[in-house]
Design a protein around this ligand. Structure first.
Ligand SMILES: Cc1ncc(C[n+]2csc(CCOP(=O)(O)OP(=O)(O)O)c2C)c(N)n1
Ligand SMILES: [Mg+2]
Length: 422
C-alpha cells in the first residue's frame, strides 16, 4: 500500500543535553525500502532531498493521506532492540497531534495571563515546551491505560479527556473545573488520571501501585508514571523501581527531563544525568521528546514491552519555556538566549509543523484554520472560567471521606466551626 523511501540522516539539534550523532544506539532501521504501489493506485513517488527526515509519502488526490518519517534516534539501556525510528502518520493523526499540542500551548499562555491578572491564585506550573510528551504518549496508549504525574499537570489533564474549560475553570477555582475548583493547578483528575501531585516524587510509588493493581485485576493496560529530573534522585523512586521489577508490573516510568529542577540544572543536581539508565536492572530508552512521533514510537514500544516483561523507563528529553512556576521569571539560572534558541530550533510544535507540511500531509492554511479554532475555543473557555460560579462554602466540608458516618462533623480552620460532611 505505501510508497518508497530514501536513505536518511537525522535533523540537527543544537543542545548540550542531546546526543551527538555518533553517541547513540540507533534503534530502528536507518533506511527502509517499501514496496511499489498496488495496481490502480494513484499514489505518487517523489523525493524531497532537503527534508531528510521524510521517508515516504502516500499521495491520494491533492494531498498525501499518510507519510513515513524518520524520528530522532533513541539511546538504549539493557535492550537489544528498541522502538522503530521509521514511523507513519496519517493525515488525520497529524492534524490531531498538531491541534492537541497547539491547544495545550494556548491553554498555558492563557493561564499565565489569568495568573498575572490575579484571576488564578496559588501555585501554577506551566507545560509550554513539553507538549510533545503528553501528546506523543497519549497517542500510543488508550483511555483504559492509567497516567499519574506531578504538579505540571494541565497538559495531561487535557489529553486525558478534560475539555479546556474543565482545566481553566479548575485553575480559577470554579464549579465547572474538573475537581469542582477544589484542586486548582496541582490537583486535577479524571478517569484513569490520578493527578496532579504536589509532593515531588510522591506519585512514583503510587504509579507503581496502580500498575500492580492493573496486573492484579488481569487488565492488559499500563500505568504511565511521570516524574521530573528533580525527583529522579529520591530514594522512593528506587524503592518503586525495585517493587515494580520484583513483581514485573506494567509500569512505564517516565522521567521528563526538562533540564532543571526549579532553578538547579541537571548537571548541578545529579551525579549521573543519564536518567534512562538509572533503573539499573530496568531497561531504559532515551527519547528526544521534542519530536512527538519519537515519543509515540517509544511509548508504543514501551507499552508492548511492559505488558510482556514488566517495568521499563523512558527518559523524555524536553524543555520548559516558563520558569518553574509563575513566581519564577526563569531567567536567573539560564540565559534568555538559551530559551530563545530552543524556541527557534527545537520547538515541538514548530518542528512538527515543518515536517507535516513538507510531507504535504497538510497545508499551512489548514494549520492556520486550526490555530484560529484553538484560539477561539480557549478564549471562550477563559471567559466562562472567569464568570462561572464558585462552589458554595459548605462544599468545603464534602468529599473528605468516601463513606462518612451520617452524623460525622468536620472541623474548619476556625476551631469553633464544625460542619456536617458527606
Ligand atoms: C518533597 C518535596 N520537596 C521539595 C518540594 C519543592 N519543589 C517543588 S518542585 C521542585 C523541583 C522539581 O523539579 P523536577 O522534578 O525536575 O520537575 P519540573 O518542575 O522540572 O517539572 C521542588 C524541589 C516539593 N514540592 N516536594
Ligand atoms: Mg525538571
Amino acid at each position: 500500500m505505501l510508497s518508497w523511501v530514501a536513505s536518511v540522516s537525522r535533523p540537527g539539534f543544537g543542545c548540550r543535553q542531546w546526543p551527538s550523532d555518533n553517541d547513540h544506539t540507533r534503534a530502528g532501521p536507518s533506511s527502509v525500502c517499501m514496496a511499489t504501489d498496488g495496481p490502480g493506485s494513484n499514489a505518487e513517488r517523489f523525493r524531497i532531498a532537503k527534508k531528510p527526515w521524510i521517508l515516504g509519502i502516500f499521495k491520494g488526490s491533492n494531498y498525501a493521506t499518510e507519510a513515513t518519517f524518520e524520528t530522532s534516534p533513541f539511546k538504549l539501556h539493557k535492550l537489544e532492540q528498541g522502538p522503530s525510528t521509521s514511523v507513519t502518520a496519517t493525515r488525520d493523526q497529524a492534524l490531531q497531534y498538531y491541534r492537541d499540542m497547539q491547544t495545550i500551548r494556548r491553554l498555558e499562555t492563557t493561564a499565565a495571563n489569568l495568573y498575572k491578572s490575579k484571576t488564578i491564585r496559588g501555585f501554577c506550573h506551566l507545560y509550554s515546551g513539553q507538549e510533545a510528551c503528553a501528546v506523543g504518549m497519549e497517542a500510543a496508549i488508550t483511555k483504559e491505560d492509567a497516567v499519574i504525574t506531578a504538579y505540571r499537570a494541565h497538559g495531561w489533564t487535557y489529553t486525558r479527556g478534560v475539555p479546556v474549560m474543565g482545566v481553566l475553570a479548575e485553575l480559577t477555582g470554579r464549579v465547572s473545573g474538573c475537581a469542582k475548583g477544589k484542586g486548582g493547578s496541582m490537583h486535577m483528575y479524571t478517569q484513569n488520571f490520578y493527578g496532579g501531585n504536589g509532593i515531588v516524587g510522591a506519585q512514583v510509588p503510587l504509579g507503581a501501585g496502580i500498575a500492580f493493581a492493573l496486573k492484579y485485576q488481569g487488565k492488559k493496560n499500563v500505568c504511565i508514571t511521570l516524574y521530573g529530573d528533580g525527583a529522579a534522585n529520591q530514594g522512593q523512586i528506587f524503592e518503586a523501581y525495585n517493587m515494580a521489577k520484583l513483581w514485573d508490573t506494567p509500569c512505564i516510568f517516565v522521567c521528563e527531563n526538562n533540564g532543571y529542577g526549579m532553578g538547579t540544572s541537571v548537571e548541578r543536581a545529579s551525579a549521573s544525568t543519564e536518567y534512562y539508565k538509572r533503573g539499573d536492572y530496568i531497561p531504559g530508552i532515551w527519547v528526544d521528546a521534542m519530536d512527538v512521533l519519537a515519543v509515540r514510537s517509544a511509548t508504543d514500544f514501551a507499552k508492548q514491552f511492559a505488558l510482556k516483561n514488566g517495568p521499563i523507563l523512558l527518559e523524555c528529553a524536553t524543555y520548559r519555556y516558563h520558569g518553574h512556576s509563575m513566581s519564577d521569571p526563569g531567567t536567573s539560572y539560564r540565559s534568555r538566549e538559551e530559551v530563545q534558541e530552543v524556541r527557534q530550533k527545537r520547538d515541538p510544535i514548530g518542528l512538527f509543523k515543518e515536517r507535516i507540511t513538507s510531507a504535504q500531509l497538510v497545508t499551512e492554511e489548514e494549520l492556520k484554520k486550526i490555530d484560529g479554532e484553538v484560539r477561539k475555543e480557549v478564549e471562550e473557555a477563559a471567559e466562562r472560567a472567569k464568570t462561572d460560579p464558585e462552589l458554595p462554602l459548605e462544599e468545603l466540608y464534602t468529599h473528605i471521606y468516601t463513606q462518612p458516618p451520617a452524623d460525622m462533623r468536620i472541623r474548619g480552620c476556625d476551631p469553633t466551626i464544625w460542619a456536617p460532611t458527606k
